[in-house]
Design a protein around this ligand. Sequence first.
Ligand code: PMP
Length: 399
Amino acid sequence: MLNDLFAQRVNPDVPSALSGLFPQDTDPRAISFAAGSPNESLFPVAAMQTAFDTAIAQTGAHLFQYQTAQGNPDLRAKLAARIGKWGQVPTTADNVVLTVGGQQAIELVAKALLNVGDEVAVEVPTYVGALAAFDLYQPTYHAVPLQADGLDLDRLEETLKRHPRIKLLYTVPDYHNPTGITMSVTKRRELVALANRYDFIILEDSPYRDLGYEHAPLPAIKSFDTEGRVVFVSSLSKILMPGLRTGWLVADNDLLAAIMRVRLASDLETSNVVHAAIDAYLDANDLDAHITALKSNYREQCAAMIHALAAYFPDDISYTQPAGGFFDWVTLPEEIDAAALLRDTVIPQAHVSYVPGTNFYPDRDVHNSLRLCFTGLTPAVIDSGMHRLGDAVKGAVRG
Ligand code: PMP
């Protein structure tokens, strides 16, 4: 069998955490709360086209030449200034690495740190794409629950005492995927203290940090880093466009060097053409004004979803109250399997879809939760889809 020649990390018997996430429904009435995509009607396409023209006209052939491994220095300087703006991550272009989306940054960190069997702590639920990246290195996971104000640090510390070899903790502190939860500032500071005490590295993944509906971004975990133990990752996918495939990480000293070593082996460097165009876009446009427009749309969509959860769903469910980002997380009564409900009832009868929560757990051992994304639909469509979904859930809870 050809499959016998594959590496264990792509064992075909164990599907990727990222496969089969988005259910297909071709019915014309279908409404999807599944894919976590930004709303493409808000993409600044014309301005980006102009920016590509400007970048190519300014630099010509050299734009298309191999450049530097960390990525376009002008864009790195702008991102460093941006992330330093609220006193969040004091850094310079030298510590910024441009990556192919935040996803590559996560994968590079995993590749730089993890041997087979190494111990990794993740909050649960957690971002499936991070699990898919870590899974390639076959770690041992330790799941730490989330609370309304972020990671449960008491549980984390208990886990660290029992498993002192944990070397990496992955967290999405801002408007978390999949729950919408944000970590308090106090916990951010305490988490760094725990990392110093128990000697592990924090991977802080924050693509939604600019999309808070109520306040400016909170200080990043990285801003409390005293020993270069935090790798900060973010992305332009949610605030500009995912097709730019532009993310970045901030790291220090030897950790930065280790990441650069695996980056060179992976792809040498990112696309300078795209990054020079983004740099030109940022020179000619006000990114913060664009983000303000995104937030006013997403805020309304989120409010429509929360309103519908209160209006149409049974009392024995619970849901998060996101203050930003793309997602809401719904917990059904324990006996209900959200994947079976989706397959057997919600899609065939209500023509609505969501992502069942199981894939967001490394051990895939929790079945009664689901992720809803509200960014792609108008408030009226959200309301009607949620009404149908609420009726289906009510039927299941009663049945
Ligand atoms: N981290 C989180 C928490 C995400 O939700 C996503 C996108 N769904 C990513 C990283 C990766 O996105 P990208 O590679 O497009 O930056």
